[in-house]
Ligand binder design. Sequence first.
Ligand SMILES: Nc1ncnc2c1ncn2[C@@H]1O[C@H](COP(=O)(O)OP(=O)(O)OP(=O)(O)O)[C@@H](O)[C@H]1O
Ligand SMILES: [Mg+2]
Length: 429
Amino acid sequence: MMLSISARMTLIALLILPVSLVLVMVVVHFSQRFFKAQQATLGVVNGQVEEVYSGHNVIKAFNREQAVLDDLNAANDQLYASAWKSQFLSGLMMPIMNFVGNLGYVAVAIVGSIFAAGGIITIGDIQAFIQYVKNFTQPIQQLSQVSNMLQSMAAAAERVFEFLAEEEEDQTADPARRADPATIDGQVTFDHVKFGYTPDKTVIRDFSCTVQPGQKVAIVGPTGAGKTTMVKLLMRFYDVDGGSITLNGHNVRDFDRSALREGFGMVLQDTWLFQGTIMENIRYGRLDATDEEVIAAAKAAGADHFIRTLPGGYQMELNEDASNVSQGQKQLLTIARAILADNRILVLDEATSSVDTRTEQRIQAAMDHLMQGRTSFIIAHRLSTIRNADLILVMRDGDIVEQGNHDQLMEAGGFYADLYNSQFEDVTA
Ligand SMILES: Nc1ncnc2c1ncn2[C@@H]1O[C@H](COP(=O)(O)OP(=O)(O)OP(=O)(O)O)[C@@H](O)[C@H]1O
Ligand SMILES: [Mg+2]
């Protein structure tokens, strides 16, 4: 339509496009930097809030309220600095577009009136043109209006895509060599296992041992020796750097990850319970378990008694971080969960470190009964609890320094005997 009225005036109206485009690009160029900074500092502020909220007891105990507030204020100031700049720049977009649109009107009006005076077009044509230019600039203005949102979205999306672009660990094994999870019978072999979390620091140097089905294996050693690391390698949370771990002759890499973990029951050093009833938390080990089975597992874990004394018993709701039961009680619940899951191999990493010695002994007795014919790995610092293990692996700085049963190791009079005796002395002192 515009062309049929006057080609030259159309050209003038179209000039609005490149001018707005250049201006938008300039503004985006400057503001994008601040949008990115805004998202990054927003992440920092959120992280701080979460950390402080979950650790508020410790912060109060160490009188660090003011220091924490100062940190938060500093991060918040940074957020403010980047946020106002990005908002200001993107807020400029609308007036700039209005200005360019109005320039278009003025150009059309001036050129139009010159043409009209020269008799090239009529006054009505100018009126029509002004209407067209308005229709024409409106969508551009609307676009610039949402560009604010688009930009902060782009900055946020960038962070999400960065996360999504991380390489995913393969969940299934090579079909040609895939091992049947039913073959997991409790036989475990570590063959010259070498591993480090980072390439420059080796945590496990050379770990070899063979565990027969049904054996109770204890891993002991000083803090930081690599006990938990061994367990993580067994469950394939990490892959070994050298050597191999085999289950009944099959490399752990030849199992689908889910199948491998199906073979293991695990109680970790840090307990994990979720918001929900105690019944639901224990049933997490095996979702189709009946109430009776859940209660039987709780009894075996020595948890039944304390659960019954709680208000609501098995139906008591645990809160989000399960702070309405004690640390030892949490451990008992996670043990009950592992007992209920009833897997071929059970791993207990300091599972009873927070319960009193008598309860610990009762749990051990129940465990010994339950674990007959099953392989169990028990990591414990209180050596009295693992005296009856079939095999004790003594670790030190990522190596097995001694192995054997309690009597053999005591007789050898080495590192284990030292550890054991030092605990004994502590008790009598
Ligand atoms: N995720 C990780 N990233 C880097 N290094 C780690 C990581 N986890 C553990 N380490 C390091 O590996 C070493 C062994 O840690 P590991 O947790 O296996 O010790 P542990 O024997 O279980 O000790 P504890 O008795 O305290 O539980 C430690 O020196 C530790 O600093
Ligand atoms: Mg550990």
